[in-house]
Design a protein around this ligand. Sequence first.
Ligand SMILES: [Zn+2]
Ligand SMILES: [Zn+2]
Length: 152
Amino acid sequence: MSGERLTVALPMTGQCLCGAVQYESSGEPVFALLCHCRDCQRQSGGAYTAGLRVPAASFRVTKGEPKDYTKTADSGNRITRAFCSECGCMLFLRVSARPDLVAIRVGTLDDPSWFRPAADIFVQSAQPWDHMNPDIPKYQTYPPGQDYEPRL
Ligand SMILES: [Zn+2]
Ligand SMILES: [Zn+2]
């Protein structure tokens, strides 16, 4: 993690709007971001989404069975979003090139208060009415080293 170190009690837990799907993550977060891409805007209905990448090996769904929706992003990555088929809430996503990572939607955590974004990403498609924190680094797409290319 670059920048400010996150202090979070592990495991962290979260759930969808209705509670039918719940998850748990016991690994140290690897990247905290705000994504301003068009897919995140459409999916969330807002100007950006808050994401937290965690190790997939220590992430698990503890209740229910989320439904997957897969879409190819502008980057060419196949992104699978997991959401509750009952309430429609999106909880997390996986990227085909990086099966070692899961990106949690921060607002679905039971305690999202400790989250501190390390970067604004995909600001190339940020909305003019989206007022970003000037103290956080901005990247047109992914920051160096944080793209979804497979790690060898
Ligand atoms: Zn639900
Ligand atoms: Zn995005």
